[in-house]
Write a protein that binds this ligand. Structure first.
Ligand code: FES
Ligand SMILES: [Fe+2]
Length: 431
């Protein structure tokens, strides 16, 4: 459980809050590259960390991310005209370039110095790995980009999607770290998949109370969970948590790797971005078609929007017959099942009412790490090491079966790529 004070620290990320300051020490993944408008096309809205922004591309293709409200009298620049190399507010015609500089102020007399002094609030932005990244912190301290594996891959190896979730980011993210739910929420009523490592397979059924081991890393921690699958063997999964809102779960050996990003839109809603990628080869047409349809690692949305099709306001299209006979939830899609349990706790769950058990260890560790980091950053001005050490993010989630007496932290197979290597080692590999 958390005190109401700590619940506030964990869940509030607007400007000036401790968590808001922690998150603003990093680049923030904001939308997919495909959602960024083309040059001179109308701007789009972007709600991020409790702030209202607009995104547009100027005539030269440069991306502008500005505060949505015009610095004159706050009309929304979403309704603005994306004219030659700048966006023009339609209220009085003030025009701003991608840096936020006012370049035309037709309501002031010619020769007025006001235009040159006027700036809209603008945020540094860049594209990498099929994602638009925005930096919302101190402009004098722009951090390096995180060195995630997928950011260095060709576009043909990566697919990214984004959807909305109607609850606080920490609540949504908790579901990904809470491995014990897999044997229930995503299971089938009376069937077990022949493939042991599938979420509906034997490994998740054999032991419903996994053993936990939390191993701190440079950027967060490894949430190792081990299920007893034979008399003398455990199936270990090493999930990654990386500050401030990243998770990685080990994929089924035949599937693509993935990173999920749980980014606050406001305190009561979040974006979920999911990058799926194959380090060794381009993605196949079949898996791409499934992801575009919102299957497997991604989420089904109303076409052309980020709004999921299965939502709280339609009870996630629950099929009670299916729930009786086949699936544990009666809800189609693993992502919709996860969203259902997270959102049904309310937009910001009251964590003072919880009763946490041993299966919640990774969730507790995530909250603790976030709250401690937010307090250090927000109140004492100390940023986490990973804000300035991008190799903290160059890690993988792994899985394997180990002898019962072997600690996951002692397994090279699990640890070699789960822990960040030194930047020197990374450079040597790149040579
Ligand atoms: S409110 Fe934008 S120009 Fe006046
Ligand atoms: Fe899940």
């Amino acid at each position: 459980m958390l005190t109401p004070e700590n619940n506030d620290i964990l869940t509030r990320s607007g400007p000036g809050t401790p968590m808001g300051q922690l998150m603003r020490a990093y680049w923030t993944p904001a939308m997919t590259e495909a959602e960024v408008p083309a040059a001179d096309e109308p701007p789009v809205r972007l709600q991020l960390l409790g702030e209202a922004l607009v995104v547009f591309r100027d005539t030269q293709g440069r991306i502008g991310v500005l505060e949505e409200h015009c610095p004159h009298r706050s009309a929304s620049l979403f309704f603005g005209r994306n004219e030659h190399d700048g966006i023009r507010c339609v209220y009085h015609g003030w025009k701003f370039d991608v840096t936020g500089q006012c370049v035309d102020m037709p309501t002031e007399p010619a020769g007025s110095p006001m235009c040159a002094k006027m700036r809209a609030r603008a945020f540094p932005a860049r594209l990498a790995g099929g994602v638009l990244w925005v930096y919302m912190g101190d402009p004098a301290q722009v951090p390096p980009m995180p060195d995630f594996e997928w950011l260095g891959l060709p576009a043909s190896h990566v697919y990214v999607s984004r959807w909305e979730q109607d609850c606080n980011y920490a609540q949504a993210m908790a579901g990904e770290l809470d491995s014990a739910h897999v044997g229930f929420l995503h299971s089938l009523v009376d069937q077990t998949d022949a493939d042991d490592r599938k979420l509906t397979g034997r490994f998740f059924r054999a032991d419903t109370a996994p053993l936990w081991k939390i191993i701190p890393t440079l950027g967060g921690f490894l949430a190792c969970n081990g299920r007893k699958v034979e008399a003398d063997k455990r199936y270990w999964r090493v999930n990654q948590f990386l500050l401030p809102f990243y998770t990685m779960i080990p994929p089924h050996p035949a599937d693509a790797r993935l990173v999920r990003m749980w980014v606050p839109m406001s305190d009561e809603r979040c974006w979920v971005l999911c990058a799926t990628f194959r380090p060794d080869r381009p993605l196949g047409e079949k898996e791409l078609a499934a992801w575009r349809n919102g299957d497997n690692s991604h989420r089904r949305v109303v076409p052309g929007t980020t709004r999921p099709t299965e939502r709280l306001d339609n009870n996630y299209l629950i099929d009670r017959e299916d729930q009786k006979k086949r699936s544990f939830t009666g809800i189609a899609g693993v992502r919709a099942q996860d969203a259902m349990v997270s959102e049904s706790a309310g937009p910001i769950a009251d964590r003072s009412r919880e009763h946490l058990g041993s299966s919640d260890r990774a969730v507790v560790a995530m909250r603790r790490m976030l709250i401690d980091a937010a307090v250090s950053c927000g109140r004492d001005g100390v940023k986490p090491a990973s804000a300035s050490q991008p190799h903290a993010f160059a890690v993988r989630a792994n899985q394997t079966v180990l002898p019962e007496d072997l600690d996951p932290g002692q397994s090279d197979e699990l640890m070699a790529t789960a822990k960040p290597r030194s930047p020197e080692a990374s450079m040597e590999t790149a040579k």
